[in-house]
Design a binder for this molecule. Structure first.
Ligand code: PLP
Length: 393
């Protein structure tokens, strides 16, 4: 027997990837599959961004870059955050990352150890809990409730803080629920956190462009009282339809920046140079394609929610952000994962069971509406027929 480190037996997964592999296998067998599973835009990366990467390669950007990323890109991130949120960010605190995930990975590594508590949203992105468990810290779920429109509750979050709490993870707009937390609630959270100066916050704002119904995204960098312990996670994956490029960024405060830079040197050296040039073009070039894509998501959001609310036993609150709907399926009598599996096997519609995002996800499905309206309507028809004709197992 190999003697491996026990932490690895506790590491989790993101089931959306397993479901994607199963769906692809079914497609290879000739099945007619509609994917509302994986969370990635169904749009291509805008052409001028692709061209910038090709140009970077042609211009000879073939070598390592600085571990924290090329300076023009860090400057562009700082300028973008200033333009969009009016916040002052030094390029020296911006770190270019190979995607959004490595920021959560590094942040949780910095604070997680046995005896420490880390709070995270439930239902929430599954990697938070996975990494907390990996470090041996105690995962403390913060309930995200349908009755709050899946916004997080400041009061509930603050109530769960103990002297052992090291890090609180917040996510708005949220995966898997599409919930958006408004300014008044964020104000309350930040005010409460002033009493806990030793607690760090990681704000996952990867969906920050995708807010609807006149909501405004609240960037946590706008709160000076927590800036010295706030980690911002963001990136290009969702906004610029660049999930496969592996390009993200973080803003790390104080000594955490150097920890992250050293982790990068130890782990990946630097982010792919041509991808960094693509990221620079994305931030400094025209934004029309981003807004076109988001307008399209907004239209589909209305279609998917209206359709879900017509299904027997299903109700769906209107998600205010990201590109997910999180319908309540308790009235169908099905357990969520069984329903997701059976829907895939019998109707070819890919969804993700809520429990893949935490215990409180039972009774819900996640549907990504990053698919054409035509396919969404077809999927809803198939789900409707299925639910009308099949009783829960
Ligand atoms: N954070 C959230 C909430 C996400 O939903 C995702 C991707 O699905 C990520 C982070 C990771 O993004 P990336 O693909 O850039 O690593």
């Amino acid at each position: 027997m190999l003697k491996t480190v026990a932490n690895f037996d506790r590491i989790g997964e993101e089931n959306a990837f397993a479901v994607l592999a199963r769906a692809n296998a079914l497609v290879a067998q000739g099945r007619d599959i509609i994917s509302l599973g994986i969370g990635q835009p169904d749009f291509r990366t805008p052409e001028f961004i692709v061209e910038a990467a090709i140009k970077a390669l042609r211009d000879g950007h073939h070598g390592y870059t600085a571990a924290n990323g090329i300076l023009p890109l860090r400057e562009a991130v700082a300028a973008d955050l200033h333009k969009r949120y009016g916040v002052e960010v030094s390029p020296e605190s911006v770190m270019i990352m190979p995607g959004g995930k490595p920021t959560m990975f590094m942040s949780i590594l910095m604070f997680g150890e046995p005896g420490a508590e880390i709070m995270y949203p439930d239902p929430g992105f599954p990697i938070y809990r996975s990494m907390i468990e990996y470090t041996g810290a105690t995962p403390v779920p913060v309930p995200i409730r349908e009755e709050n429109g899946f916004a997080f509750s400041a009061e509930e979050t603050l109530r769960l803080i103990t002297p052992k709490t090291r890090l609180i993870i917040v996510n708005s707009p949220a995966n898997p629920t599409g919930g958006v937390t408004g300014k008044a609630e964020v104000d309350r959270l930040v005010a409460g956190l002033e009493k806990w100066p030793d607690v760090a916050i990681m704000s996952d704002e990867i969906y920050d462009h995708m807010v609807y119904d006149g909501e405004k995204h609240v960037c946590l960098l706008s709160y000076p009282s927590i800036r010295d312990r706030l980690i911002l996670l963001n990136g290009w994956s969702k906004t610029y339809a660049m999930t496969g490029w592996r390009l993200g960024y973080a803003v790390f405060p104080g000594k955490l920046y150097d920890y992250a830079r050293k982790l990068a040197v130890n782990l990946h050296s630097c982010v792919n140079a041509s991808a960094q040039f693509a990221g620079l073009a994305a931030l400094t070039g025209p934004q029309d394609e981003v807004w076109k894509m988001i307008a399209e998501f907004d239209k589909r959001r209305i279609v998917v929610v209206a359709g879900l609310n017509k299904l027997p036993g299903v109700s769906c609150v209107v998600p205010k952000g990201a590109f997910y709907a999180f319908p309540n399926i308790k009235g169908t009598g099905w357990k969520a994962k069984e329903l997701a599996n059976t829907l895939l096997n019998e109707t070819g519609v890919v969804t993700i069971g809520g429990p893949d995002f935490g215990i409180l996800g039972e009774g819900y499905l996640r549907l990504s509406y990053a698919n054409s309206t035509e396919n969404i309507l077809k999927a809803l028809d198939r789900m409707g027929e299925f639910l009308a004709s099949r009783k829960a197992a």
